[in-house]
Design a protein around this ligand. Structure first.
Ligand code: SF4
Length: 456
């Protein structure tokens, strides 16, 4: 079926036939026919990894985003399917041995839990430092790290249409309730925002809030369009649905209602930004993705793009340059290149910071000014978003030049600081201050914050 959009689109959009979301999880791995081309050892290794890290993929991704002629090297295959190198060898051997000998489920579950606990499930002080309180009660579904921005994790949006194999929010998906951030209560969100007039930005995130029915999203967002929340001028929705399920904006039963909600947010004078997560240009090649982008833009929402730099997937300046150029052509705004975070399967995906910066620099040199809106490479670390600005020689010492793009203390922002050059370092906590200094300038302040959070 094709149809013409009924939402207030600037141009009619021909929509593809409706599709039903068909999802595979870890227990369905042996039933995915396309995997038959892999050798049995590879398939078994995937099952081992999928015991520890979340796995979920849908038929659209399998059929339209993965080039099966290039598997197992295909980037979207590596982005969505568990890869043998994602666990530490010792952990891999332990889980594999249990599966091979048909160990009881309880024994496997205990071993899996031990591996997960070693994978730094809540990096960057998320649980300790970011979860705010309202009248003494911890709000498990909110994070307030930067003064002007609150993250909201709606309970109905804590899954995704497919999972990314590198996901830093992986604990949200492994069924352990104490590892989850989630909030079902719109009243708590409203009360918190009412009490915090300094908050201008609300980021609805997950999981993927676009798995949520429109009526639930509207129940959270529409009250915020009233004058009582006039200080919340910007609403962002973090999503990977443009890549993993563009039909959310095209043919799902409440796709039109979603776009009408977007239009109402814009009509209410709020800035609406869809923060699209795009790892590889292959994700934007389908007709459905392009139509979804056109429909969202026609509502008055803007689309900003972000993604981590990942070994095995997009560690190539040509890939980033192609992706940013294509995003600009489609009317999207390249926003962030992130450094792979220090959690989950980082060992498989991480790159040295020096290499990350070289890739960014080479990629940005290949695009026009319109794509140079993208910032990076940026580490979302405990004190804030730290950008690697470059490598330089200062006072006879080779250093990384760093700065905060976002910070727990706004006074830290955009102050250049320096770390000793380290060709192997992959994260902020592996860097040491340059010029013989004992600590970075922000560390005393960060310790004080941690002490206050511990005392609260
Ligand atoms: S879409 Fe986002 S939250 Fe979902 S698995 Fe991918 S990175 Fe994680």
């Amino acid at each position: 079926m094709t149809g013409i959009s009924r939402t207030g689109l600037a141009r009619p959009v021909i929509r593809p036939s409706p599709r039903r979301l068909e999802v595979y999880t870890a227990r369905h791995l042996p039933a995915i026919p396309e995997l038959a081309r892999l050798d049995p050892d590879h398939r078994f290794a995937m099952e081992v990894v999928a015991r520890v890290l979340p796995f979920r993929v849908n038929r659209y991704v399998i059929e339209e985003l993965i080039d099966w002629g290039r598997v197992p090297e295909d980037p979207v295959f590596r982005l969505t399917f568990p890869q043998p190198g994602m666990l530490e060898p010792e952990d891999f051997r332990r889980i594999a041995a249990l599966l091979r000998r048909g160990a009881p489920e309880a024994e496997i579950a205990a071993a899996v839990a031990a591996v997960r606990a070693r994978l730094n499930p809540h990096p960057a002080g998320q649980r300790r430092l970011n979860v705010p309180r309202l009248q003494g009660r911890r709000l498990q579904g909110l994070q307030h790290k930067y003064r002007e921005t609150v993250l909201f994790f709606p309970a109905q949006g804590q899954t995704c249409h497919s999972y990314c194999s590198f996901c830093f929010r992986w604990p949200q998906f492994v069924g352990e309730r104490e590892l989850r951030f989630a909030e079902r209560d719109a009243a708590s969100l409203q009360a918190y925002l009412r009490a915090h007039p300094e908050v201008t930005d609300l980021l609805v995130t997950g999981g993927d809030p676009m798995v949520m029915r429109t009526q639930h999203l509207a129940a959270y967002l529409e009250p915020l369009l009233t004058p009582a929340f006039a200080h919340v001028t910007d609403i962002r929705i973090g999503t990977k649905a443009l890549s993993f399920w563009p039909f959310r904006f095209l043919t799902d039963p409440d796709a039109d209602a979603l776009l009408r909600l977007f239009e109402r947010i814009v009509a209410a004078g709020r800035h609406l930004a869809v923060m699209a997560h795009v790892n590889h240009p292959q994700e934007l090649e389908s007709e459905a993705a392009r139509e979804a982008i056109a429909r969202i833009r026609a509502t008055g929402a803007e689309i900003r793009t972000q993604a981590p730099l990942l070994r095995h997937i997009n560690d190539d300046p040509a890939v980033w340059a192609r992706m940013w150029r294509e995003q600009v052509r489609l009317g999207m705004i390249p926003y962030y290149m992130f450094v792979e975070r220090d959690t989950g399967a980082r060992r498989y995906f991480e790159l040295p910071l020096a290499r990350a910066h070289a890739i960014y620099r080479e990629a940005i040199a290949r695009v026009s000014g319109l794509a140079r809106t993208v910032r990076g490479p940026s580490m979302s670390a405990t004190p804030g978003k730290v950008e690697v600005q470059g490598v330089a020689e200062v006072a006879g010492e080779r250093v990384f030049v760093l700065r905060f793009l976002q910070a727990r203390d706004p006074d830290w922002l955009h102050r250049p600081f320096f770390a000793r050059y380290d060709a192997e370092a992959t994260w902020l906590d592996q860097l040491r201050p340059a010029f013989g200094e004992a600590e970075f300038f922000f560390e005393p302040g960060l310790r004080a914050m941690a002490a206050r959070a511990g005392a609260a």
